[in-house]
Design a protein around this ligand. Structure first.
Ligand SMILES: *[C@@H]1O[C@H](CO)[C@@H](O)[C@H](O)[C@H]1NC(C)=O
Ligand SMILES: [Zn+2]
Length: 240
C-alpha cells in the first residue's frame, strides 16, 4: 500500500514536471557565473524593474514579437508587497511569454551579506513571485554583477543559474543612444556565427524603454541574431 502510494506520487510529480517544462528546455542548472548566450542567439534583458516604463515596454516588445527577460526586484523602484500596479506589470510580462528572473528582493550587494541574508534576499522574492505568477525563477542576476564564489555556491544550491552579461549598454550613464549603441557595435559587431550575446539594460529609464530597446532589436536582427530568453540561451527551464 505504501509502495503504491509512493508510485502514485512519483507519477504525479513526473506529470507536473512534463506539463510545466517546454520540451526543449530541461530542469537543471549550470554552475558558476554565465556571461553569454549560445552562438547565434541574443538575449535582451532588463534589470531593476518593475517600474512605470515597464508596461509600455512590454507592449512594444509584444508588438515586435520579441521575448525578453526581466530580472526583477521585490523592493527597488517599486515595492511588490503593497503595489498592485507593480504586481500587474510582472503578471503582464509573464502572461505575454517574457521570462521573469530574479535580481534579489532589495537590489542588495550580495557579497556584503551573510549566507543567511543572501538566502533571504532570494527566497523573499521567490515567495512574492509565487503569489503573483505561481512560479519560482531558475535564473538570477546578482546586483552590480557581484557574486563571489561563496555567493555563487549559495545561489546554485538554491536552484539558480547565475547570469551576468556580455554587452553592457550602460544605459544608466548618459541616456545617449549613440553612446549606448556604440557598446553594442563593439561587442556584437563581429560575426554572430561564432558568438552569442546577453545585453544588459534597465527598464527603469524612459529612454531605454522608448528608444534604446528598439534600436537594439533592429541592430541584433540586422546582424542575423535569433532572439532568445535567457533560459533558452542555456536550454534550461525558466522556473523551478
Ligand atoms: C560581471 O561582469 C562585470 C563586467 O564585466 C564584471 O565586473 C563582474 O565581475 C562580473 N561578475 C561576475 C560574478 O563574474
Ligand atoms: Zn540592478
Amino acid at each position: 500500500m505504501i509502495a503504491f502510494a509512493q508510485y502514485l506520487l512519483a507519477c504525479l510529480s513526473i506529470a507536473s514536471y512534463v506539463s510545466a517544462t517546454p520540451l526543449h528546455l530541461t530542469k537543471r542548472l549550470t554552475r558558476g557565473v554565465q556571461t553569454n548566450c549560445k552562438a547565434g542567439h541574443f538575449a535582451l534583458t532588463f534589470d531593476d524593474g518593475p517600474y512605470k516604463y515597464s508596461s509600455r515596454l512590454i507592449d512594444h516588445l509584444n508588438e515586435r514579437g520579441i521575448k525578453a527577460t526581466f530580472f526583477v526586484n521585490g523592493n527597488n523602484f517599486w515595492d511588490l508587497d503593497d503595489d498592485i500596479q507593480a504586481q500587474n506589470v510582472i503578471k503582464k510580462a509573464y502572461d505575454s511569454g517574457h521570462q521573469i528572473a530574479s535580481h534579489t528582493w532589495s537590489h542588495a550587494n550580495l557579497d556584503e551579506l551573510s549566507n543567511r541574508q543572501v538566502e533571504n534576499e532570494v527566497v523573499r522574492l521567490e515567495d512574492a513571485l509565487m503569489r503573483i505568477i505561481g512560479v519560482r525563477p531558475s535564473f538570477i542576476r546578482p546586483p552590480y554583477g557581484n557574486s563571489e564564489d561563496r555567493v555563487t555556491h549559495i545561489l546554485n544550491r538554491l536552484g539558480y543559474t547565475v547570469v551576468n552579461w556580455s554587452v553592457d549598454s550602460k544605459d544608466y550613464e548618459t541616456h545617449s543612444l549613440s553612446d549606448e549603441m556604440h557598446n553594442y557595435h563593439r561587442e556584437l559587431g563581429s560575426s554572430h556565427d561564432s558568438k552569442g550575446g546577453i545585453g544588459l539594460q534597465h527598464d527603469v529609464y524612459k529612454q531605454t524603454a522608448e528608444e534604446l530597446a528598439d534600436s537594439i532589436i533592429d541592430y541584433a536582427r540586422e546582424r542575423g541574431f535569433k532572439f532568445s530568453t535567457v533560459a533558452e540561451c542555456f536550454n534550461e527551464a525558466p522556473y523551478h
